[in-house]
Ligand binder design. Structure first.
Ligand code: TXA
Ligand code: MG
Length: 331
């Protein structure tokens, strides 16, 4: 995308430097940004999103030179991941430096950092010349925004500016990984996947070898404190969601919608159908996933049936979002 938004970026950067809130495009989803080193601004993000303060924010930076300023230790395998995937949809959790406010990390000793791969986001980060704490720009627990219009729908007030960078090209949030010291081998570190996202576990393993998948603790608050994106109910529309392995409306009463990975042979029985990809391609499914979920959510349905994805590549991130959208447990 050719971008000539100098004046808009300058205005947005000025707002951020004064402690304001700016929603901006990234390649994954839109973020709701504030100066990460200004606790008052960060507090506004929590308030506007109605986000509980136990849920830490990802810090976005323009380049990796920020990492030693924001962290206490850059682990060699983390460095390899930065070299391989930044800019891009990977957030790396590292021990935080004192300058990072506790509010950003929800009191945790670690901070999540990423360089987004979107020209407008990077222009904004450069112009602001500060790290930006930015959760997805949606109300807490709701469907993530992949366009400026999605952000505007949820936030009529509270945000000072929306930097419109078009539709997001990845469509699911960044992968979040954490490094833990390995109790079996002094001085070495283990990499743990906290949230599947735009960089697949297979891609991570190609670069650093073993990556373990963090277990859900089963306890919502403990869970939230270590990796809030893993709350049982998250990314959720208002309409109930049920995961199925194919288009099987039989037995479901009322107005039923279907979120399909690929073309649907028999559409009878559905009040609305969203086909994510004509070829079932997982990257294409990810790009349109949240927008399709939103359209179904506004189609006055009693139930959304959603087809599960193969548990590989981006399918893992998509299944993760689906499971949390479908979970009726109260957070
Ligand atoms: O793609 C993305 O990551 C988007 C864009 C805007 O960059 N941001 C995003 O932020 O998805 P959010 O707040 O919706 O999700 C951030 C997740 C948290 O729920 C948590 O799982 C993890 O990142 N996280 C952040 N800081 C952490 C920390 N210090 N330790 C462990 N997990 C952390
Ligand atoms: Mg989010």
């Amino acid at each position: 995308m050719a971008i000539d938004c100098g004046a808009e970026v300058a205005r947005a950067a000025d707002i951020l430097r004064r402690g304001g809130l700016v929603a901006f495009a990234t390649e994954t989803v839109y973020g709701l940004g504030a100066d990460a080193l200004n606790p008052t601004a960060v507090a506004r993000v929590f308030a506007v999103k109605r986000r509980p303060e136990f849920d830490p924010l990802i810090v976005h930076v323009a380049d990796a030179a920020w990492v030693p300023r924001l962290t206490r230790a850059v682990i060699p395998s983390a460095r390899k991941l930065m070299d391989a995937f930044w800019p891009g949809p990977l957030s790396i959790v590292l021990p935080k430096a004192d300058c990072v406010p506790d509010l950003v990390t929800a009191g945790l000793p670690d901070v999540a950092i990423r360089i987004p791969d979107h020209p407008l986001a990077r222009a904004l980060l450069l112009a602001t010349d500060r790290p930006l704490a930015a959760p997805s720009a949606n109300l807490f627990g709701r469907v993530s925004p992949t366009s400026a219009a999605h952000v505007a729908e949820q936030f009529q007030t509270g945000i000072d500016y929306i930097l419109d960078g078009g539709s997001c090209t990845v469509g699911v949030e960044s992968t979040v990984v954490r490094f833990l010291s390995d109790p079996d081998r002094t001085g070495s570190w283990k990499c743990e996947l906290l949230r599947p996202g735009g960089v697949t576990i297979e891609q991570l393993q190609q670069v650093i070898g073993a990556v373990s998948i963090a277990e859900d603790s089963g306890h919502p608050v403990l869970q939230a404190q270590s990796a809030p994106g893993r709350l049982p109910r998250h990314y959720a529309p208002r309409t109930p969601v049920k995961i199925v392995s194919g288009p099987t409306p039989a037995g479901e009463g009322g107005r039923v919608g279907f979120l399909s990975r690929g073309p649907v042979a028999d559409s009878a029985g559905f009040a609305a159908i969203e086909v994510l990809s004509q070829t079932g391609d997982l990257s294409e499914c990810a790009v349109g996933f949240f927008a399709a979920l939103r359209r179904l959510d506004s189609a006055d349905l009693d139930l959304i049936l959603a087809e599960s994805f193969p548990e590989q590549g981006l399918g893992r991130a998509l299944n993760d979002r689906l499971r949390r959208a479908a979970n009726t447990a109260v957070v």
